[in-house]
Write a protein that binds this ligand. Structure first.
Ligand SMILES: C[S@@+](CC[C@H](N)C(=O)[O-])C[C@H]1O[C@@H](n2cnc3c(N)ncnc32)[C@H](O)[C@@H]1O
Length: 264
């Protein structure tokens, strides 16, 4: 299994870090896909079920199967009130444990940069979806679209590193388009999803963005207290803090969709 799964071991922490941003962007992604009701979906890299919950609420699927390599994420996904109708199992996007033509549609939300072989994941989704079905993904654009980019920027300006994502370039629209076309998908189209990221105050930003999950969270967990204080000071300098203490800025994600050829 891929090493990056080790970045996401705690579904509750992931919820604090990314859950709400995932759900806001996920809703926009589904509005763009505008899928028919009653489909059988596979949600690849379902994580703690943040997007799966939105899928169930907005797309009225007949069934959803979520797969993710992280037990910790899946354990949390199973506890969500909105995912009772979904099935979850451990699995790898690059070797989906399903027969050809098993699903009507495949989604992969906020996963592609963590894959060592995104092209393989695109081919796998195309394989398990029936002819005519939808295959789609979206990912924050790195580095500028990421919801907690101020943290990454502050770490960088202090010379502090974080575990690398295997495929940052996969967050760009041209790369996504290439994976989709090379997987034999048709009617390939892309869009940009923009959301407003907002925090009540500095502590809200800090507490949410420094949970020990994901690349920056894992780096912070190993940081000396004095270095954490330096980072806090740098962030207070760099964040767009309004006079009332609140913080808001835009994040954006790229999305791609395509269809399995009807005559495959
Ligand atoms: C940023 S989270 C996204 C979770 C969820 N889809 C969402 O929208 O909130 C990235 C997820 O990708 C998963 N992941 C990492 N490597 C993977 C792989 N090879 N196959 C499938 N998922 C993988 C991680 O375990 C993690 O849950």
């Amino acid at each position: 299994m891929n090493a990056p799964a080790n970045l996401f071991t705690d579904g509750k922490a992931y919820e604090r870090l990314m859950g709400r941003w995932s759900q806001i962007a996920g809703a926009k992604f589904l509005d763009w896909l505008a899928p028919p009701k009653g489909l059988h979906w596979i949600d690849v890299g379902c994580g703690n079920g943040a997007f799966t919950e939105v899928l169930l609420a907005r797309a009225a699927p007949a069934a959803v199967t979520g797969i993710d390599p992280s037990d910790g994420q899946i354990d949390y996904a199973r506890t969500r009130p909105g995912t009772k109708l979904a099935q979850f199992r451990v699995g790898d996007a690059q070797a989906l444990p399903f027969a050809d033509n098993s699903f009507d549609a495949a989604s992969m939300a906020l996963v592609i940069t963590f894959l060592s072989d995104p092209a393989k994941a695109a081919r796998e989704m195309a394989r398990v979806v029936k002819p005519g079905g939808i295959v789609a993904t979206y990912m924050w654009e790195f580095p500028d679209g990421f919801p907690i980019r101020p943290l990454a920027a502050a770490m960088k300006s202090l010379g502090l590193g974080e575990p690398a994502r295997p495929n940052v370039e996969a967050s760009h629209r041209d790369a996504m388009q290439t994976y989709w076309r090379d997987a034999g998908l048709q009617a390939v189209d892309t869009t940009v999803i923009r959301i407003r990221v907002a925090f009540a105050d500095f502590d809200d930003f800090w507490d949410s963005s420094t949970v020990p999950v994901g690349p920056s969270g894992k780096a912070l967990a190993d940081m000396m207290p004095a270095t954490r204080e330096q980072l806090k000071a740098k962030l207070r300098e760099q964040l767009p803090i309004a006079p009332n203490g609140s913080i808001a800025y835009e994040a954006f994600a790229n999305a791609v969709k395509g269809r399995v050829p009807a005559n495959r």
